[in-house]
Design a protein around this ligand. Structure first.
Ligand code: HEC
Ligand code: HEC
Length: 254
């Protein structure tokens, strides 16, 4: 963690960085499958960054005791073979993640402050190609008054909301559009609600939901168009500095 990420004033806990790194990889191998690589929760296990058990843990003592027995009846196996050091490393990493999560707001605001609004404007109309879909005189007019800087940055990165972006309590962005069509020519379009290997559920313009069984990869044919694909692609392509400059620019649009 860089010093820029430290909150002003308060006491800053020291984390043994080597232990943090070891804990992160031990966690990834043993626990990430269920709890997510970042411990924010996954398909098989809860978010540990918000776990009271983890919050209350002192240097791995409570986590260690818990891992010896697990909760097998609830899908949490025991890990009796982890060494005390491995448990301590995992605990150190989890505590450092909790600390970072608690201070993320401070961290983001400081990042935004370092953004360069003029560079952001150039990027918006140039390399970022934002102006191919948006206009600062049109749909993004007054966007800097609509959101605070942190939320705005979240909307750029993740307009559909969700973890790590979007802003809590905001309406989600548009859902992907999907068309389901059969060899007979029958076809239905709507918003994609859910898709698995076995079925696909859409919401029709009328608001009604329909679910279609999928027989194989091709029947029925399922075509998905995501209006936010550009934003998804953007995440991979742009540097942090581009995002910070864009935010610095868009907050000026009051
Ligand atoms: C097979 C999936 C799975 C794996 C692997 C797994 N967990 Fe879990 N874990 C769960 C589930 C499910 C729960 C929730 C149990 C419940 O509902 O009480 C849980 C609960 C927990 C809790 C208690 C959270 C709370 O607040 O009650 C902790 C701590 C925890 N896991 C840590 C770990 C660690 C550390 C590892 C790796 C060494 C790990 N888990 C590996 C599925 C898993
Ligand atoms: C291919 C089209 C496309 C491109 C390119 C694109 N966006 Fe978007 N953007 C969208 C769509 C669609 C939405 C969702 C609009 C809605 O919620 O109705 C959106 C939403 C947003 C929002 C949230 C608006 C709000 O009111 O919540 C911001 C901010 C934004 N985009 C900024 C950008 C920036 C900055 C770039 C360039 C780096 C960019 N977009 C590039 C299509 C695009």
């Amino acid at each position: 963690m860089s010093l820029a990420a430290q909150p002003q004033g308060g006491r800053v806990p020291q984390f043994d960085q080597a232990a943090v790194e070891r804990g992160k990889s031990t966690f990834f191998v043993n626990c990430g499958f269920c709890h997510g690589a970042n411990a924010r929760g996954g398909d098989g296990g809860p978010d540990l960054i918000r776990s009271v058990l983890v919050l209350d843990d002192e240097e791995g003592k409570q986590i260690g005791a818990f891992l010896k027995v697990g909760r097998p009846d609830k899908g949490m196996q025991a890990f009796p073979n982890l060494t005390e050091q491995q448990v301590g490393d995992i605990a150190t990493w989890l505590h450092s993640e909790i600390y970072l999560a608690a201070n993320r707001r401070t961290y983001q605001i400081q990042n935004i402050v370092v953004g360069d609004a003029r560079a952001g404007e150039a990027f918006f109309n140039g390399a970022g190609k934002c102006n191919t879909c948006h206009s600062v005189a049109g749909d993004l007019k007054g966007i800097g008054a609509k959101y605070d800087a942190v939320t705005l940055q979240g909307r750029i990165v993740m307009p559909r909301g969700g973890r790590g972006g979007g802003g809590e309590g905001l309406p989600p962005g548009p859902l992907p559009k999907v068309t389901v069509s059969y060899p007979s020519g029958e076809s239905t379009s709507g918003e994609l609600i859910r898709i698995t290997d076995f079925d696909v559920t859409l919401r029709l313009a009328s608001g009604a939901f329909r679910t279609f069984n999928r027989r194989d990869d091709d029947v029925p044919k399922v075509e998905i168009k995501d209006p936010l694909q550009a934003h998804v692609d953007m995440l991979a392509k742009y540097k942090d500095a581009d995002i910070h400059n864009l935010t610095a620019y868009l907050v000026t649009l009051k």
